[in-house]
Design a protein around this ligand. Sequence first.
Ligand SMILES: [Mn+2]
Length: 331
Amino acid sequence: MVRNEAYVTLLVTDSYAPGALVVANTLREYGTTREIAVMVTSNITEQTRDLLKLSFDRIIDIDKKDSGQLNELSLLGRPELGVTWSKLAVWQLDYDKVVFLDADVLPLRLVDELFDRPEFSAAPDAGWPDCFNSGVFVAVPNAETYKELCALATSKGSFDGGDQGLLNTYFSSWATSAPEHRLPFTYNTTPTAVYSYVPAYRVNRDKVAIAHFIGTLKPWHVQQPFSSGHHSSSQEEKLDLVQQWWLTYNRYYGTKPTTETAPLPETVTVAANDESVAANASSTNPNTSSSASQPPKLPVFDPAVPPNSKVKPVFPWEQNRSEICTRVWYD
Ligand SMILES: [Mn+2]
């Protein structure tokens, strides 16, 4: 293992734990030579920490930092993102280099080459490509940088109320910086973005290294968010990455309790007709299924129909949500 370099993600709420766990498990499965760490705030429960311990090399307690900039956050439509200032703790870490990944990303292959990049490296934001998206970036922890970021947070704040606005102000030369600082969009592809260049997605789909599920609806929130009517068929095409998240998640956790070893792959499938759907579960091993040619449907849950008993809760808060398991996690 390469010393003093790490992938780092952040957990400020239990409800993002499924995402963080998928990040850790994929990086390990792809054979990374770097440490895999998660920064957690004090509100993360013991139950979640126990799950994290099984997948991460290191759990790092950090202070919760909230911008409290409700005006800017409401402009962004994401009042909950003030706490993402906690991400600044990256520059306090004792690593020589960090590849930071949001918990809502899905690495699709080994991306250790990112450690060859200098600080600060990131990919363009789909909504304003002269800004970078702060869901994937390369940083070099440094106490002075951390101090300056905190000073900037106090003096100017963040133009979007979250970490991305603040970091874009601090690393404002990124847009005109040398090519090595500018990661290809394939390292931070945002299939759930409102605007997307679908033909480009179609020709570059196989090059996507990291998918980033931006927006309030995360893959683990999927109830029926992507059914027909919400998106054009061309937009739905790129949502196969949401399905990919579920296939990956189920590969590690299936429906078995996560404290057990050797997870049994099990895929949640649904009837073809969205209108009359029930949430069925079938034991499907992704390794033997023909999912490559015909991806299964997104997991859908209809609250009116009790789910198949095979869909068992995996996470503690899944059980707490309601009497019937939805496999949908919320705060
Ligand atoms: Mn994100």
